[in-house]
Design a binder for this molecule. Structure first.
Ligand code: 76U
Length: 366
């Protein structure tokens, strides 16, 4: 039998419109030779016309307000964060959500930055604990908290923005990852679009809406930080390849991007509903699910005496790719009362859902 995947790590490549991507690349190669043969020192922030396309798309899709000049394209969110941290004060205190995105946590630790982790409540990062910790920079994933899946409601977004506006040298890094896919509620506007005090740095990526291998990510700097970026970082050449940028621009401007997102939303919502239905039927009251109304994964706690490790081993033996939440519980705070796992459905076709749930049940209870 072949593997079945609950991985949250990738997208369903079998549904990627390679043909239209290829014709966009062909057009880019034909029409944009000028930008292609310029060395990337001329576009440290990425190709201007590509940034114009992204700015336009973001204002429609996420209510983001920005000029193309504020956008910096980069080969991955972590690299952009590495640039960004050079714009803040030397001894800034950083904070991030717990459970949270371990790769960001490791990036902060590697840079030996002062860092506090802040637990979540049912609306996202705890605003009371944030006020107590009083950091300068807080990193949040409001659209679909990573990994818990909590969608930060407007009320908490306003609290966060008011907190940031209270004092100088307070910034919010909004990582809007996974924001393309919303199911029940309609899209909640980004923090960046609600921010009128220039305190939000917006991080975005095409890794989930297109392909992680593209390595096209972007950040939007408020004017004050843009000025610092140009003073301190403009010697750093662009890390986002020009052909990828120009193909993406054709893909968005031709309407293919909007079409693809609409198609994938249909596909993912059908899988998500079928998966939740099957899990409820099979696990009954032994399963508690969180964060299911957005993104390409949700989390589930299981009322079992079996350990996370043993379940992980049994899943692997049954060829079921399954990630648990321990690696995302930072600083050894295991924030779940029972064994908790990430259930991703981007790589789980509808036909495989029944078998996938059976293997999961076998790994946990049989
Ligand atoms: C919270 C968060 N912000 C950004 C990205 C995207 O970064 P980039 O492709 O470099 O633009 C990810 C990507 N997450 C990966 C795939 F899901 C890895 C998950 C894991 O480390 O478990 C992510 O979780």
């Amino acid at each position: 039998k072949d593997w079945i995947s609950f991985s949250h790590m990738s997208v369903d490549r079998s549904l990627f419109p390679f043909d239209s991507w290829f014709s966009c690349e062909h057009r880019a190669l034909k029409l944009s030779r000028l930008e292609l043969n310029d060395d990337s020192s001329r576009f440290p922030q990425g190709i201007y016309s590509v940034r114009k396309t992204i700015a336009r798309f973001l204002s429609v899709a996420r209510g983001v307000q920005c000029f193309p000049e504020q956008i910096v394209l980069g080969g991955g969110t972590q690299f952009l964060f590495y640039l960004l941290r050079h714009l803040f004060h030397e001894n800034s205190l950083y904070a991030m959500e717990n459970p949270g995105y371990r790769r960001m946590y490791e990036s902060l630790k590697m840079e030996r930055l002062r860092l506090k982790t802040i637990p979540l409540d049912n609306k996202g990062i705890s605003i009371d604990l944030l006020k107590q910790m009083n950091p300068n920079v807080v990193y949040v994933t409001p659209s679909h908290q990573f990994p818990s899946g909590v969608v930060m409601p407007i009320s908490r977004r306003i609290q966060l923005l008011n907190w940031a506006a209270e004092k100088d040298n307070r910034y919010i890094i909004e990582d809007d990852y996974d924001s393309e896919f919303k199911y029940e509620s309609d899209t909640i506007p980004s923090l960046q679009g609600l921010d009128s005090y220039e305190r939000v740095i917006y991080l975005g990526t095409f890794s989930k809406s297109l392909l992680p291998g593209l390595r096209i990510s972007y950040m939007i700097l408020p004017q004050k930080l843009l000025k610092k970026y140009r003073e301190r970082c403009s010697f750093i050449m662009s890390t986002s390849n020009a052909l990828g940028q120009l193909t993406l621009q054709q893909f968005i401007d031709s309407g293919e991007y909007r079409k693809h997102i609409r198609h994938m939303r249909q596909v993912y919502i059908e899988r998500q509903k079928k998966l939740i239905e099957k899990l409820k039927k099979r696990f009954g009251s032994t399963i508690t699910m969180h964060g299911a109304n957005a993104g390409l994964h949700f989390t589930a706690e299981f009322d079992t005496t079996r350990s996370v490790e043993e379940i992980a081993n049994r899943a692997r033996a049954a060829k079921l790719e399954l990630y648990n939440l321990k690696p995302y519980c930072l600083e050894d705070h295991y924030l779940y009362s029972k064994p908790a796992f990430i259930l991703g459905f981007a790589n789980l076709s509808v036909e495989k859902i029944d078998e996938g749930v059976e293997r999961l049940y076998h790994a946990i209870f049989e």
